[in-house]
Design a protein around this ligand. Structure first.
Ligand code: ADP
Ligand code: MG
Length: 383
């Protein structure tokens, strides 16, 4: 009886070793993050996957995220005959040199195109989400949104307002150039929607998510984009300051929503940090990439959908693994303890218990590796 109880005790100990349970979650996460990396979805830690699979709201930034972030200058208007359009552009390029914003990029390209050089300037300052300024020849030059100029009591003439309306209706973004308290001219830039933006928004909606857009741009320009994406009035906010983006996210999350923020700019960083899941594009600014938990290396918005599919697949795997490991213990431990011995004489020798234990771990790992298949399936479905 001593030997029998010893054998049973060893078999129980071996079977009860929680190897498979311990492996269930990390192996699935490991395979999942590896699969993500292969598809260009970089995940910072497994908890990103955990949160993304519970998402119910996805918020996009407009400029540089829904749009390509490579706008081109379409119009340069000077408000006074004493300034030529080249003068306006030259002031703008001087202020915007070294600024990391899609609009600054467009202005820099236009200046290269017209072979314009920056003027000597000092006191450079960028107000994220509003514009940039510098001192040229002891004049304070600003390049930024109407809202920003208004905040500094620089008002537009009625002609300026008309032009703002006209360009905005075409979906262009307008920035004004001011010298001290006087408006010098305006530059209109046009950005294109990313080719997969509309499809991504529709797919997310099809998955039952609420899709929203937050932008620092004005209402008319935002409306034109919202229409193309079939976003209704309550699903986008305009002239949002960087801190307000984070506040809107915090509010939604306080209402119990799990919210992802997709953004690219310095102005999106607070919101990316606030979001349950921050997602940034590879072309984003360093601070956006640094703050985000998921970085989309392929520059494709549809990878937002890909990340959600991936997270869902990983969670199915984790559940399967846990169920298998639990079932294995629930059945294995009583048998190892000798439940069948009195009636049938069946005993589980410690060696068999060891083999079974190894088998359970191997099966959990193998099941996790099967994720590779399911994920390739999602991947092709996306294409
Ligand atoms: P979004 O939220 O759509 O990405 P931003 O918050 O980056 O837009 O910018 C909001 C608005 O502020 C722009 O439409 C532009 O008018 C102005 N702005 C921001 N940064 C700059 C800049 N560097 N130069 C000129 N204008 C800028
Ligand atoms: Mg942006």
């Amino acid at each position: 009886p001593l030997l029998l109880s010893l054998k049973l005790a060893i078999a129980v100990l071996v079977i009860a070793c929680p190897c498979a349970l311990g492996l269930a979650t990390p192996t699935a996460l490991l395979v999942g993050t590896g699969m993500g990396a292969k598809q260009g979805i970089l995940l910072r830690g497994g908890d990103a996957l955990e949160k993304i699979h519970k998402l119910d709201t996805v918020i996009f930034d407009k400029t540089g995220t829904l749009t390509t972030g490579k706008p081109t200058v379409t119009d340069i208007v000077s408000v006074d005959e004493k300034w030529s359009s080249d003068d306006v552009l030259q002031l703008a390029i001087t202020v915007e040199q070294g600024t990391q914003h899609p609009i600054a990029y467009a202005i820099q390209q236009a200046a290269i195109h017209r072979s314009l050089q920056a003027l000597p300037a000092t006191d450079f300052f960028t107000q994220s989400g509003f514009g940039a300024m510098a001192t040229i020849n002891q004049h304070i030059i600003r390049v930024g949104s109407e809202k920003w100029l208004k905040e500094h009591s620089i008002t537009l003439s009625s002609q300026g307002k008309e032009q703002l309306q006209l360009f905005s209706e075409k979906g262009k973004t307008v920035v004004f150039i001011s010298r001290n308290q006087e408006v010098v001219g305006l530059i209109a830039v046009q950005d294109k929607l990313r080719p997969d933006a509309s499809q991504t928004v529709q797919r997310l909606k099809g998955m039952g998510m609420r899709v929203m857009m937050l932008t620092g741009d004005n209402a008319t320009a935002a409306q034109s984009i919202a229409q193309q994406l079939q976003l209704s009035e309550e699903d986008y906010r305009v002239e949002v300051k960087p801190t307000e983006k984070a506040e809107i996210l915090a509010q939604l999350q306080a209402q119990g929503h799990i919210v992802a923020m997709v953004g690219d700019g310095i102005n999106d960083a607070p919101a990316l940090a606030e979001a349950s899941v921050g997602i940034s594009l590879h072309s984003g600014t360093d601070i956006a990439i640094e703050t985000a938990e998921i970085v989309l290396m392929r520059e494709q918005l549809q990878d937002v959908v890909g990340s959600i599919h991936l997270a869902q697949n990983v969670f199915v795997k984790i559940r399967q693994n846990l169920a298998w490991a639990l079932a294995y213990n629930a059945i294995g431990i009583p048998i190892a303890a000798g439940i069948l011995f009195p009636s049938t004489g069946i005993l589980l020798p410690p060696s068999a218990a060891g083999a079974l234990m190894a088998f359970s771990s191997v099966s959990v790992v193998a099941n996790s590796l099967l994720l590779t298949n399911s994920d390739t399936a999602t991947h092709t479905a996306l294409k």
